[in-house]
Design a protein. Structure first.
Length: 131
């Protein structure tokens, strides 16, 4: 069985360790105790919670895209025609290349809240070496 310490599980979901502890205490996610006596989140339970969190409806807009990562703009580089926009969404750094006109119209600057929305035809899966 795969289990993750509270802090690592929190990082994986983009929440604080305190939030993960509160969810565990409330029974929202199942925990186990490892051989060292540390409270850990069961991997299957963490996966179910991640899916649940990803399905919580966004009531501020309607759109067909489902891969939405709420975050904050950390960098905008503009040239004559294009703009490179970086969004930090929890542990994820997303980089988008858009037109300069769009970046200007949206008023994109570091510190602005923005969603990184991903539509891709190919998705890869990688495993960390420490598994």
């Amino acid at each position: 069985m795969t289990a993750y310490r509270i802090s690592r599980a929190a990082r994986l979901l983009g929440v604080s360790p305190d939030t993960m502890r509160r969810w565990a205490d409330a029974g929202r996610v199942q925990t186990v105790t490892d051989a060292g006596g540390h409270r850990c989140v069961d991997g299957a339970a963490l996966a179910r919670l991640a899916v649940e969190l990803g399905q919580e409806p966004d009531r501020t807009r309607r759109q067909s895209l489902r891969n939405r990562f709420p975050g904050i703009v950390t960098r905008v580089v503009r040239d004559g025609v294009a703009a490179q926009v970086e969004v930090q969404a929890g542990p994820h750094r997303l980089v988008a290349l858009i037109t300069r006109e769009a970046a200007d119209e949206l008023g994109l600057e570091p510190g602005i809240l923005a969603d990184g929305v991903v539509k891709a035809t190919n998705v890869s899966v990688e495993l960390p070496l420490d598994v």
